[in-house]
Design a protein around this ligand. Structure first.
Ligand code: NAD
Length: 320
């Protein structure tokens, strides 16, 4: 039985992954400080739940030993006030270093890291391959970029196999990101708010497809010491996304987030070939399932007012 530690396991991806791996006969432990994630996202009693900041991971007694760590814990918003950049550094860089030290002390065999498509920056309408030039634009993307470099070096020096996964836009149950937000705005009969002109292209991947690729990496050596794009390879404009969710519903175009990427689409040739994996959940099917499972949550999701979004955008854009 594989012993897997998932940091950030109470968040969107972590909660889905924990339940998935538990069903696939892994012994799952979660560490999460509940700064964003919620304990009720993981109600499975077989999963060992440790409430702690990852920065303190090395001081935790009785945490046990693991074969694999899936490191998801991170601060992961793009639109952040300047005063929060320090928190991003503390979690995404210092926190990562603590988890790497833990992995080395515990002689963990595999370290799987949630990186982000945002490290590529603007990609000029091409489907990016893993060796595409990296030009992170905003602070969050920088922390992921630096995180990748730390992991490559540290894992090589300490004999740990690593897999770096550059997630594109992940959606599914428990998410609060753009797909969930648009659905919530629709269900709550509020205008759907779009940053910029809505012509930005994004690549949406369902969290269950992502779970399947992580399981493959855990169970085989084929993903060892590799970087993979994890997306669908299919581009959708944000306005099209809005129309798929609610064609005749009112929408409002807000100011563009400065440094926002125009186009983000994955080339997934490498992961298909090396891991014999491909996404199997169509967007429409994934969306319907998500609405079915999360309807109540989405109907009651707290949404920022249009004015508060405008204010935050102004502040954020002024700094650039
Ligand atoms: N969701 C996406 O589309 C997407 C895309 C690219 C990359 N990623 C990356 O995948 C990972 C998971 O994303 P998510 O969407 O599930 O985010 P999320 O915010 O829902 O989950 C992150 C979890 O980490 C926890 N956490 C944050 N700081 C912590 C700390 N210092 N100590 C312990 N726990 C802490 C939070 O409480 C939360 O439960 C993140 O690293 C994110 O950057 C996500």
């Amino acid at each position: 039985m594989e012993r897997v530690l998932i940091t950030g396991g109470a968040g969107f991806i972590g909660s889905n992954l924990s339940n998935f791996l538990d069903k696939k006969n892994c012994k799952v432990t979660i560490i999460d400080d509940l700064s964003i994630g919620r304990k009720k996202n993981v109600q499975n009693k077989k999963i060992n739940f440790i409430v702690s900041n990852i920065k303190n991971i090395n001081e935790l007694k009785k945490i046990g030993n693991f074969d694999t760590i899936v490191h998801l814990a991170a601060k992961a918003e793009i639109l952040i006030p300047k005063k929060d950049e320090k928190k991003y550094f503390e979690t995404n860089i210092e926190g990562l270093q603590q988890v790497l030290n833990f992995a080395s002390q515990k002689k963990v065999k595999k370290f799987i890291f949630a990186s982000s498509a945002s490290i590529y920056g603007d990609t000029k309408n091409v489907k990016v391959r893993e060796n595409f030039v990296q030009n992170p634009k905003h602070y969050y993307a920088y922390t992921k970029y630096i995180g990748e470099k730390m992991i490559e070096k540290y894992c090589k020096n300490n004999d740990i196999n690593f897999s770096i996964l550059r997630f594109f836009n992940v959606y599914g149950p428990n998410s609060t990101a753009v797909v969930a937000r648009f659905v919530a705005q629709h269900l709550q009969n509020k205008p759907i708010t779009i940053y910029g002109n809505g012509l930005q292209k994004r690549d949406f991947i369902h969290v269950n497809d992502l779970n399947r690729v992580i399981l493959k990496i855990i169970n085989t050596s084929k993903g060892n010491n590799q970087i993979f794009n994890i997306g669908s390879g299919i581009a959708k404009r944000i306005l099209d996304l809005k129309n798929i969710i609610a064609k005749n519903h009112k929408h409002i175009l807000l100011e563009k987030r400065s440094d926002d990427i125009e186009i983000s689409i994955a080339n997934i040739y490498k992961v298909k070939k090396k891991l014999n994996w491909k996404p199997i959940i169509t967007f429409q099917k994934g969306l319907n399932e998500m609405i079915k499972l999360d309807r109540y949550k989405l109907q009651n999701m707290r949404l920022p007012t249009i004015n508060s979004q405008k204010k935050l955008l102004k502040k954020f854009n002024k700094l650039k």
